[in-house]
Design a protein around this ligand. Structure first.
Ligand SMILES: Cc1ncc(C[n+]2csc(CCOP(=O)(O)OP(=O)(O)O)c2C)c(N)n1
Ligand SMILES: [Mg+2]
Length: 794
């Protein structure tokens, strides 16, 4: 172990730098918007000791950490001391391109392992990253690197987030290892003081799920005092003291402590002497000396872990430790005044103008501190974000397309073919599903590739020779991760598996399946996964009202709009299986493209930087088109649209459709052909990519790139101004309504705005107005001309 007295100085330094960073952002930098930085000063101070112990002593290069969002200033300060963060970024904390409010993998420069911000998600991320690490190693990859701990630093109120418990249950099922959660038990949330005795509920919960629990309650000063005569009485008083009162006394300080203690236990002989031996200041230091602010206790607890079981440390801390509002229940958004900061600066021995100096105000010489920092294990491993080579993906994925089939069955068939092949591509695919493996058509793939578990588990039905369609055998070589029904967990798992290249240096190609409407259940976790730049393919099926008899809350409406709006996620909704084959091949490559750099105008669809992919599929069997896949068609499918029937020169009407309603669009166009001239039928495979391209092209032209043209603009180039457009999909009509804005065409967008009815597909399409007849009726209104004779006949 390195010199503990230097470590103690670094703890002060971390507290100082973090506090100063926030103060600077509020009071010294230009803050014309008047927006204050809430929630950081007290929250950071609470974790300063633990983070000092972790980063300067415990962590090794292979360990990965999710830092509690509001402890971001500590993290940046520590990286600054280690030479991995710049003063400029700290001075610009929360400013344009400055250090981020919440640690960010994608936006910060100081090698953040896991982004945080939305509480609960970073915590679950560490659990699934442990599983991902086990998956990679069980497959024989990355064994040259040591196994790491996946560590979350979390607030006590953060444990209210249900997704944490969903993750814990899944972790128990999957044999979680090497995962540490360190609870910053300051007994304060954002608004108030938390319930009494929470630690006990946590302890029981964690133990139930197979975790070790380590309580870090008393610091070494307190432990020494308890050993003095009368110390037991003091300990009992501390144990029985309500959280609110303890916080209030911390805030009030030494004299208040003395009064209270004297009133309550002062007449008990020896303990009176114990209290009297201490000045007010010493008494306050003793009472503030909780386990989470005692470097020695923390380090001893971390060092004592000599196994790979998951561990929850419950560390008693004080919110705002060392700062004037320590313990005050309103301190979450508390900010020190300039006068308070001035006093704090003096108490830290920092001269004016030297606030950012790494070595200012410390007793050890700069050379000694630097020598300490140079030997810090955490920083000894170079770049923390690892690289992995790309796996080649052929343009044509093998598949035999049935004459009448659905995109969901097509997906199953494509994965089945991949599963049969002995390729590197197939070896790196890992699938996961929250209890809908079979009903999303992953069954054949799982039959071939098996389920993953660190320990083999035979399928009893198979060994008992009971016929069953599905082989449910678990082994360390299996390639499917079967999750319980918790969509949050699916997204957290995809986020972890989808960062394997950066975390484990080993490429995985994760494919997750779920029912489309339940994307909403895990939406924040999906957003979080995209924000971290995790790479995965999400296959959502069935979707829309097309699952007809299934009905009710299984019908999805908003998801196509989510697909358009979600940053970092390219959404496709193919109608035919040959389109899906093209899209899946594209997706397997796209998720591997280098994420560095910003999406530039030259990179409109992120085709250089890559991202994740969402495929919205359907169970509806549709007659397939027999056609050869040309390079041009392939490109158009990937770009988002192609003319299934090109418009003629005098086009009066365009019908644009996406997904499962293709047969209705085709039928309607056939029925209208005699009454409207030169109708165009536009097949849209990705409203998302079409829209992104168009928006980017507009922006590019506004910035002077006069020749910029997007795919949809090229497709619409020959269309007469006056033609009308009917758009249709099994989803919210706004998904395609914007097509009218491209060249100023009138549009009647058809789609689904209400849900819940059961019935046959035909009945529901009629009910919601997305059948052929509805398309014709809309066309009649928007593309006036002679009455369309088949109106009402379709
Ligand atoms: C999903 C989500 N909901 C709400 C918030 C707003 N928020 C930020 S921190 C916090 C609670 C802070 O309490 P705790 O986790 O105990 O952290 P402390 O500051 O006490 O260390 C809340 C509600 C958030 N960041 N994410
Ligand atoms: Mg708290």
């Amino acid at each position: 172990m390195q010199d503990p007295s230097i470590l103690a100085e670094l703890e002060r330094k971390v507290l100082w730098l973090a506090t100063w960073t926030i103060h600077h952002a509020n009071h010294l930098r230009d803050n014309a918007d008047g927006l204050k930085v809430g929630g950081h000063q007290a929250s950071s101070a609470s974790l300063a000791t633990i983070m000092t112990a972790l980063y300067f002593h415990t962590l090794r290069p292979q360990d990965r950490v999710a830092v509690k969002p509001h402890a971001s200033p500590n993290f940046h300060a520590i990286q600054y001391l280690l030479g991995r963060q710049t003063r400029e970024k700290l001075e610009n904390f929360r400013g344009y391109k400055g250090a981020q409010s919440y640690p960010s993998r994608t936006k910060d420069i100081d090698d953040v392992d896991f982004s945080t911000g939305s509480v609960g998600l970073g915590v679950a991320q560490t659990l699934f990253s442990s599983l991902a690490q086990d998956y990679v190693r069980a497959h024989g990859w990355g064994l040259e690197r040591p196994e790491g701990h996946m560590i979350a630093l979390l607030g006590d109120a953060e444990l209210d987030e249900g997704n944490i418990f969903e993750a814990m249950l899944e972790g128990w099922k999957q044999g979680l290892r090497n995962c540490w959660w360190i609870v910053d038990y300051n007994r304060q949330s954002l608004d108030a003081v938390v319930r009494e005795g929470l630690w006990e509920r946590y302890q029981n919960l964690f133990r139930n799920f197979g975790w070790d629990v380590v309580l870090l309650k008393y610091g070494t000063l307190q432990q020494a005092a308890f050993a003095e005569p009368g110390g037991e009485v003091l300990r009992r008083w501390i144990d029985n003291c309500p959280n609110q009162l303890y916080s209030a006394l911390v805030f009030q300080g030494g004299a208040a402590w003395r009064k209270r203690l004297n009133d309550e236990i002062g007449d008990q002989g020896q303990v009176t002497a114990l209290l009297e031996r201490r000045s007010d200041e010493e008494l306050a230091r003793l009472m503030n000396n909780l386990g989470g602010h005692d470097l020695g206790s923390i380090i001893a607890a971390f060092d004592a872990v000599d196994h790979d079981r998951p561990v929850c440390f419950i560390a008693y801390t004080i919110k705002g430790y060392g700062l004037p509002f320590a313990g005050h229940k309103d301190n979450h958004a508390g900010l020190m005044t300039s006068a308070q900061m001035e006093m704090f600066r003096k108490s830290m021995n920092i001269r004016p103008g030297e606030e950012w100096s790494q070595f200012e105000g410390l007793e050890h010489s700069a050379a000694e501190i630097q020598a300490f920092l140079d030997r810090v294990s955490f920083a000894s491993g170079g770049n923390r974000s690892l690289q992995a080579g790309r796996i080649a993906v052929p343009d044509d994925l093998p598949i035999t397309i049935q004459p009448q089939t659905s995109t969901q069955l097509g997906f199953g068939a494509l994965l089945n073919e991949l599963g049969r092949s002995d390729t590197l591509l197939a070896a790196r695919i890992v699938t996961a599903s929250p209890d809908v493996t079979v009903s999303t058509s992953l069954g054949p793939w799982v039959n071939r590739r098996g389920l993953f578990a660190r320990e083999a588990l035979a399928d009893t039905f198979k060994s008992e020779r009971i016929p069953s369609t599905f082989n449910w055998e678990f082994s360390p070589k299996g390639q499917h991760i079967e999750l319980g029904i918790a969509e949050m967990n699916l997204f957290c798992a995809l986020s972890a598996l989808g960062l394997s290249h950066a975390i484990n240096g080993e490429r995985l190609l994760p494919v997750g399946t779920l029912y489309d409407p339940f994307i909403a259940r895990g939406l924040d976790a999906l957003n979080y996964a995209c924000y971290q730049d995790a790479r995965f393919i999400l296959v959502a099926t069935p979707s829309g009202i097309t699952l007809a008899p299934e009905g009710g809350a299984h019908q999805s409406i908003a998801e196509p709009l989510i697909g358009i709006a979600q940053d970092g996620l390219a959404t496709f909704e193919p109608a035919f299986v040959d389109e899906l084959a093209v899209i899946l091949a594209f997706a397997l490559d796209y998720i591997q493209r280098e994420g560095g750099g910003e999406a530039s105008e030259r990179n409109w669809l992120r085709d250089e930087t890559g991202g994740s992919v969402y495929l919205r599929l359907s169970t509806r069997p549709v007659e397939q088109i027999k056609r050869a896949m040309t390079p041009m068609l392939r490109q158009a499918i990937v770009d988002g649209a192609y003319w299934l029937r090109p418009p003629g020169p005098n086009c009066q009407l365009v019908v644009a459709y996406t997904g499962a309603v293709a047969p209705e669009a085709i039928q309607a166009v056939g029925l209208m052909a005699e009454d409207r001239r030169d109708i165009g039928l536009l097949a849209i495979t990705s409203a998302d990519r079409l829209n992104a391209g168009w928006t980017a092209a507009c922006r590019a032209r506004e910035r002077g790139l006069v020749h910029a043209r997007s795919h949809i603009e090229r497709l619409f180039a020959g269309l007469p101004r006056h033609c009308g457009m009917v758009t249709v999909l099994d989803g919210h009509p706004a998904t395609l309504a914007w097509l009218g804005a491209v060249n100023g065409h009138r549009v009647r967008p058809l789609g689904v705005e209400h849900f819940g009815q059961t019935g046959s597909i035909g009945e529901l399409y009629r009910h919601y107005g997305i059948d052929a007849n509805a398309i014709i009726a809309a066309a009649q209104m928007i593309a006036p001309g002679r009455p369309i004779r088949y109106l009402g006949a379709a």
